[in-house]
Design a binder for this molecule. Structure first.
Ligand SMILES: Cc1ncc(COP(=O)(O)O)c(C=O)c1O
Length: 412
């Protein structure tokens, strides 16, 4: 049997993200390439309690169809949280709960892009956003960036003219890890407001800082001209698939209609799971724990790994590990001045980070093609794991970088 695929479907290519996520299905690997949170940070106990509570106290609405806009108590929580954070009033009616923020990107593409529409993106940018937008067949225009991020001064009037929106990631940008400095945020908000250009602020990593203070978001600088995308994937668990967007009311209504056509609504059950878990202030303490976890891993990586990462993230033009990043998730700070260690250099395998002597980093060469047997005969003491399988069997935590070498970290 043959099918006639739509022209759009014919243009679809295999997703690099999917290829990356395939690796993550391996039990002995945590890939940094796809922005995966460490499973050690998943609040399993709290989610278990939330699950029991929901199925005991409100099984019917949790298992029934719900409103497309989302579960109202969760929308209200999000509105209050961002009102406080931005210092401006945000109404629950501006919030649309989405099935991950990835769905927000897809809905924006459906609502804002026609074939050939001009769309501005920073360089490099999040591959998943390009995938979502590309189905609507836009004409991309790259906004120049440097090590500090997008350069607002490069946004000429001509560039902004007739563009449907500018997609940007001010916090711990995927894939570069850059955080846009305050002054540039202000310039960006001013220039785009003047040009009447809509800003899409994608911010799944904004809460995951562990140094300094958070910087004000673009939403707080131009509430009428920004669509903000948030997610519980990186702060609770991505498997819940709960994200959200905050949009000016007229646009929010269109996005609701697009979502209705896509999936009716995000699961009533997982929305309640998220709300029950966070409603009494759990997120603040949890985020601090996540930050500690990340800081420890970062320390292990920056002091221990001698390999120079060359990302397999397809659109990554530079090493993704920025030494100025203040967040770890998906983009650890890595020293870039060290030479790559040859794969068969056993001396590069073991390291004790300064801050946590109990934590050891293991640098095997999983993706480079060396066989497990040859690793097993490599250096290290008899009691040290020789490969990821042994490390996992011994209860250690292996971590894989998207690089020719990989860094495994496990606590002794
Ligand atoms: C920048 C960015 N935006 C959006 C997403 C999608 O996140 P989710 O759909 O899990 O909320 C990701 C995931 O890694 C991301 O890195």
């Amino acid at each position: 049997m043959t099918w006639t695929l739509s022209q759009r479907a014919q243009k679809l290519t295999s997703s690099a993200i999917r290829e990356i996520l395939k690796v993550t299905e391996r039990p002995d690997v945590i890939s940094f390439a796809g922005g995966l949170p460490s499973p050690a940070t998943f609040p399993v106990t709290q989610l278990q309690q939330a699950c029991n509570e929901i199925l005991t106290t409100e099984p019917t609405p949790a298992l029934q169809y719900g409103p497309t806009e989302g579960y109202m108590p969760l929308r209200e929580w999000i509105a209050v949280h961002h009102s406080k954070r931005c210092g401006i009033p945000i109404g629950a009616d501006q919030v649309l709960v989405t099935t991950g923020s990835q769905q927000g990107l897809d809905l924006l593409a459906k609502v804002l892009i026609d074939t050939g529409s001009k769309v501005l993106v920073e360089t490099p940018t999040y591959l998943g956003a390009l995938q979502a937008f590309s189905l609507a067949e836009p004409r991309y225009c790259s906004v120049p960036s440097d090590d500090a991020g997008l350069i607002p001064a490069s946004l000429t009037a001509e560039m902004c003219q007739e563009a449907r929106f500018l997609y940007c990631l001010p916090n711990f940008q995927n894939p570069s890890g850059r955080r846009l400095p305050l002054e540039r945020r202000q310039q960006l908000a001013e220039i785009t407001a003047r040009a009447g250009l809509l800003l899409i602020e994608d911010d799944p990593y904004g809460d995951l800082y562990y140094q300094g203070e958070p910087l004000p978001g673009l939403l707080s600088m131009n509430p009428g001209g920004v669509v903000y995308l948030g997610s519980f994937s990186k702060v609770l668990a991505p498997g819940l698939r709960v994200g959200y967007l905050i949009a000016p009311p007229a646009l929010q209504r269109k996005l609701v209609q697009a979502k209705q056509a896509a999936d009716l609504h995000t699961p009533s059950f997982t929305q309640r799971m998220v709300h029950t878990t966070i409603k009494d202030g759990f997120l603040d303490s949890h985020l601090r724990q996540v930050a500690v976890e990340e800081a420890v891993l970062r320390e292990a990586c920056s002091s221990g790994c001698n390999c120079r990462p060359t990302s397999i993230v397809a659109n990554c033009l530079k090493p993704p590990f920025s030494s100025t990043s203040h967040s770890f998730l998906g983009r650890p700070s890595m020293p870039t001045n060290r030479s790559p260690i040859p794969c068969d250099c056993p001396s590069s395998r073991y390291h004790r980070p300064r801050s946590r002597p109990a934590l050891r980093a293991w640098v095997p060469c999983l993706p480079c093609g060396r066989s497990r047997d040859s690793r097993e005969t490599g250096a290290g003491t008899d009691t040290e794991p020789k490969h990821a399988g042994q490390a996992v069997a011994a209860g250690y935590l292996p971590v894989l970088f998207a690089s020719p070498c990989s860094l495994n970290i496990y606590s002794a």
